[in-house]
Design a protein around this ligand. Structure first.
Ligand SMILES: O=C(O)c1ccc[n+]([C@@H]2O[C@H](COP(=O)([O-])O)[C@@H](O)[C@H]2O)c1
Ligand SMILES: Cc1cc2nc[nH]c2cc1C
Length: 343
């Protein structure tokens, strides 16, 4: 077992003043700790994006129409989205899994490879402002879709995975889960998502407050039912993906606010899952920092103001992950370079 102290000692024997590569050393340490080696690998790697729609969008909690979800699915798969571009530039394979959009199955239309997978559990979650968003059975089916993708990545020999999402309205269930599972106060847990104005934000706060108040007493009675009542299909799939990836020994790069809601669910269902994760960034969503802290994670990119989702923050970390792996595996030690170490 390589402990953090072992890894720090190893980093301190490399030809540089101790700690002088700053956060890059923290990233290297985390990577070595997760992979339990001084020769960590960052390739091959894959990002899996889960897309779904949300009945709660009908409540005026988002400033975008639900149509945008499936239009963005097409854009992502055909290469024009930010995630498509960043996946290409960082040499990260991309898959898009439709786990429940309102839109059509695009399989015959789009998919010469298996970059696009239609695995709809249902056409969107129900409106969580009027009742449970998902049944436990639907929640479990979405978890299984995510888990299957983690198993597929492992079978394909992938070493590093990231996951992201696309779903108009999904910052509302993410806020509910952040309040419910990370104990974040409502004022912090609810933010502007994809650009809510003051009126939309006020409506979103009311919806989240009522849904969390209804779910909270059920937490200790029926954990899955409480989570499913305020979840979304892509968030459940993300949770299944994280549990499966951690079980398979993969290194997980965590994206933004919505992906982190999936991580909170995963950690609650399978404590310890977050130990396989590296948090890429702190989203501009106000609840993200506290959600990461609840998972014991410190974001690597702290001042970038990202709030897109789609796995873009995780993809942005990939070049730094390559750099972190390279310094550990390729730098000379004081001994090998014949330099007296400065204790
Ligand atoms: O992941 C994040 O940090 C993040 C923060 C704000 C918004 N988003 C994206 O915006 C969409 C949700 O926003 P909204 O306002 O429609 O709930 C969804 O498609 C997410 O990918 C993502
Ligand atoms: C255009 C657009 C792209 C997105 N990507 C992730 N969430 C999104 C939300 C919108 C609105």
């Amino acid at each position: 077992m390589l402990t953090p102290a072992d890894i720090r000692r190893h980093l301190d024997h490399l030809t540089k003043p101790a700690g002088s590569l700053g956060r890059l050393e923290d990233l290297a340490l985390r990577l070595c700790a997760i992979q339990q080696t001084f020769t960590p690998q960052t390739r091959p790697r894959r990002i899996v994006l889960f897309a779904a729609d949300h009945g709660v969008a009908a409540e005026g909690v988002t400033s975008w129409p639900s149509d945008v979800t499936h239009l963005m699915v097409r854009n992502i798969v055909t290469g024009g989205a930010a995630s498509s571009v960043l996946a290409r530039t960082t040499e990260t394979g991309l898959r898009l899994i439709d786990v429940g959009t309102f839109g059509p199955d695009l399989t015959t239309d789009l998919d010469p490879t298996n970059q696009y997978v239609c695995a709809k559990v249902r056409h969107g979650s129900r409106n969580l402002a009027v009742g449970p968003a998902l049944t436990v059975e639907e929640f479990d089916r979405a978890l299984a879709v995510g888990r299957e993708q983690a198993d597929a990545a492992s079978r394909d020999g992938i070493r590093v995975v990231a996951a992201g999402e696309m779903g108009i309205g999904n910052s509302t269930p993410a806020s509910c889960l952040t309040a419910l599972l990370a104990g974040v106060p409502l004022e912090t847990a609810v933010g502007r998502g994809a650009g809510a104005d003051d009126a939309v934000l006020a409506r979103k706060r009311d919806v989240v407050a009522l849904a969390v108040a209804a779910a909270r007493p059920r937490l200790g009675v029926d954990l899955r039912a409480a989570i499913a009542s305020v979840a979304g299909l892509e968030i459940a799939a993300l949770a299944g993906f994280f549990v499966g990836a951690a079980d398979a020994g993969l290194t997980i790069v965590l994206d933004g606010f919505i992906a982190t809601a999936g991580a909170l669910v995963a950690e609650r269902l399978r404590p310890g899952t977050a130990t396989a994760m590296i948090a890429a960034h702190r989203s501009a969503e106000p609840g993200h920092a506290a959600a990461l802290a609840a998972l014991g994670l410190t974001p690597m990119l702290d001042t970038w103001n990202l709030r897109l989702g789609e796995g873009t923050g995780a993809l942005l970390l990939m070049p730094l992950l390559d750099a972190a792996a390279a310094i550990v595996t390729q730098m000379a030690t004081f001994d090998s370079a014949g330099i007296a170490a400065h204790e």
